[in-house]
Unconditional design. Structure first.
Length: 360
């Protein structure tokens, strides 16, 4: 982008125009004080202030007006317009200063030619300083805007990467479960057709629930638990009396949005590494509770315990990574001993983020 275009972009913003006029007033006041206390002029501070403000505001306004009208595209055109603005603003400022002093203080600025020439030279000099100062401010503001735009682009790119990673993590779970279940259905066709048919019905229900929300990429706690229940029904047909399960889901949290397939790996891990290794099997309990601004979901089993828990497998790693991507440090997965036996997997996520999950 041309530097002249940067300057024009700066002055399109009304807020920046007002800020620059304020800077002009402040700098003009400092100039008046400088001229008074250094003895460069013999006038009082009030007279120097009025003259300085007249020159400063006139030059600043003239330059901004010319930039707004002509909108130069090249640096040479910008310099030309600034110089014209300084000259025009100086003449206008001289007239305004003389008029104000004449009307308010009955002072006439009819000075000798040498003094008048010196005043004009001072006005032009300070006008050039003003112009350089404001061009520098313009560049600084534009640089900040470009940095902000670049940051927004980077955040947008990171968000797209996050969404892609989440879809990939979810996609890793579903085929794995599907193939295992189809293998179980195939084995039941010959040995127990009734159970095989029942398992197939639950699988169809599970897939219908899962695939129906693939496009919106969201679900609710109620829908997620419905899918988990279908999954557990499939596993119960396979394990028989070796598997029992309970689900506690309060009505107050049923409709909260929830990431799809986030609980299923924990339930699968509890069955595969907790209950299956035990001859007598055991029980899985899923409990959802609301505490302050957090939702706490516990997946507890009475299985073999930590010794057989797959704490570093794909399923657990998948859950940890998805929680990190979705909630950063505000969400967590905890694995602990479920006394007297088994493992307790706990997901804690902020309730507010659950409610805004569908906006991600």
């Amino acid at each position: 982008m041309e530097q002249s275009e940067i300057y024009i972009k700066h002055y399109i913003n009304a807020r920046n125009v007002l800020m620059d006029l304020l800077y002009t007033i402040i700098v003009s006041t400092l100039i008046a004080a400088f001229l008074t206390f250094t003895g460069i002029t013999t006038k009082s501070f009030i007279i120097n202030l009025i003259v300085s403000q007249s020159f400063g505001i006139s030059i600043c306004s003239m330059i901004m007006f010319l930039l707004w009208i002509f909108k130069p595209k090249k640096m040479a055109s910008l310099v030309c317009i600034v110089m014209i603005g300084i000259a025009g603003g100086t003449l206008i400022g001289l007239q305004i200063g003389s008029f104000v002093l004449q009307q308010i203080f009955s002072i006439t600025l009819m000075q000798p030619e040498k003094s008048l020439f010196r005043a004009i030279i001072l006005a032009i000099t300070f006008g050039i300083i003003f112009s350089y100062f404001f061009i520098s401010i313009s560049r600084l503001r534009t640089s900040k805007e470009e940095i902000q735009q670049e940051r927004i682009k980077r955040l947008s790119s990171e968000k797209e990467t996050l969404e892609a990673n989440l879809r990939l993590l979810q996609a890793q779970i579903e085929p794995h479960f599907l193939f295992n279940t189809l293998s179980n259905v195939l084995s039941l066709i010959d040995t127990n057709p009734t159970d095989g048919k029942s398992m197939l019905v639950d699988l169809i229900h599970y897939l219908r629930t899962s695939l129906s929300r693939t496009l919106p990429d969201q679900t609710t706690l109620d829908q997620e638990m419905d899918m988990i229940k279908a999954y557990l029904n499939i596993q119960k047909l396979r394990m028989g009396d070796r598997l029992h399960f309970r689900i506690e889901l309060p009505d107050a949290v049923r409709q909260l949005p929830f990431p799809p397939m986030l609980l299923q790996p924990l339930v699968e891990n509890a069955i595969r590494h907790g209950l299956e290794p035990k001859m007598e099997g055991g029980e899985i309990m899923i409990k959802v509770a609301e505490k302050d601004d957090f939702i706490r979901i516990e997946v507890m089993d009475t299985g073999a315990g930590f010794s057989s828990c797959d704490k570093t497998g794909v399923g657990i790693g998948n859950v940890r990574e998805r929680i990190r991507l979705l909630y950063e440090e505000k969400g967590r997965l905890i694995l602990e001993e479920n006394k007297p036996n088994g493992v307790r997997a706990i997901i804690e996520v902020p309730k507010h983020d659950l409610q805004s999950y569908h906006c991600r």
